[in-house]
Ligand binder design. Structure first.
Ligand code: SF4
Length: 266
């Protein structure tokens, strides 16, 4: 008996093509693979001036709180499973684009079993606009198959149980833990990594090391909201290519590490 039959899938869609399991499923993007590593102290960061940073952190937290008191997860969802799927789809894609795709998707596949039994070609066509759709479809199906087989169709509430799931790295796991279950987690996406470096909170590039450095400095109850606030600030002010430093509320305490400053004319 194959795995789909074992969980009670009765339909493989119009093509009848058997999709999964494959022996070498894609496991998410490179970042996801990196994030599956254990968190280790970052050797370079440990040489930075911790005292200096310690004084700045409460000010950064305070200013960000005032700027973005209602920051929240930008991925629309009503259940932990929906958030898990939306987060997998958000790799290399904007949240706005994902939010356009998911209402239809969640109507067609209302639970983990429906995703696990999905016809891959149909699923791919529904998520095509999010990019990397073949990998994402394969990961979603494999992930949900595992949820049905091992977790009774529910999303587990621990990092240890989430990380083995297809397409789930530390970033995705932290999004789900923090926003679906209220378990604090620091989500290191491109904005959080960039801003953390510019603000002098880390010198690390590897998201796992960035997360580790931030966990040391940010009070645990604030981990999830701090991630959201940094993401908001990255989108609205601290742009990757053109940070708006002169009008930034953090300018007075930001070392602007790595920001190329334009020379004033004359
Ligand atoms: S001062 Fe500049 S580098 Fe620092 S957070 Fe603001 S926009 Fe980003």
């Amino acid at each position: 008996m194959d795995k789909l039959t074992a969980i009670g899938c009765t339909s493989l869609g119009k093509s009848g093509k058997f999709a999964l399991p494959r022996t070498s499923l894609p496991q998410g993007n490179k970042e996801g693979a990196l994030q599956n590593q254990a968190i280790l102290p970052h050797p370079i960061t440990s040489k930075t001036k911790r005292g200096q940073k310690k004084n700045r952190v409460p000010q950064i937290l305070d200013i960000l709180k005032k700027l973005y008191p209602n920051a929240r997860c930008a991925l629309d969802h009503e259940t932990p499973l929906q958030l898990l799927v939306a987060t997998i789809l958000s790799a290399q894609c904007t949240d706005v684009r994902v939010n356009k795709v998911t209402p239809n998707l969640f109507r067609k596949y209302p639970d983990a079993k429906a995703f696990a039994c999905a016809n891959p070609l149909e699923l791919e066509s529904l998520i095509q606009s999010t990019g990397f759709f073949r990998n994402k479809a394969a990961n979603i199906i494999a992930c949900c198959l595992e949820l049905v087989k091992v977790h009774g169709g529910l999303v587990p509430k621990t990092m240890v149980a989430l990380l083995p799931l297809a397409g789930v790295g530390r970033k995705t796991a932290n999004v789900v833990l923090g926003n679906a279950f209220g378990i604090p987690g620091i989500t290191v996406d491109t904005h959080v990594g960039r801003l953390s470096r510019r603000l002098g909170l880390t010198v690390a590039i590897n998201p796992v090391h960035v997360e580790s450095d931030l966990m040391e400095q940010i009070p645990q109850p604030l981990w999830t909201i701090f991630s959201h606030r940094l993401i908001y600030h990255g989108r609205q002010v601290c742009d990757a290519r053109k940070p708006r430093c002169p009008s930034c509320a953090l300018l007075g305490i930001c070392p602007q590490s790595g920001v190329v400053k334009k020379e004033s004319p004359g």
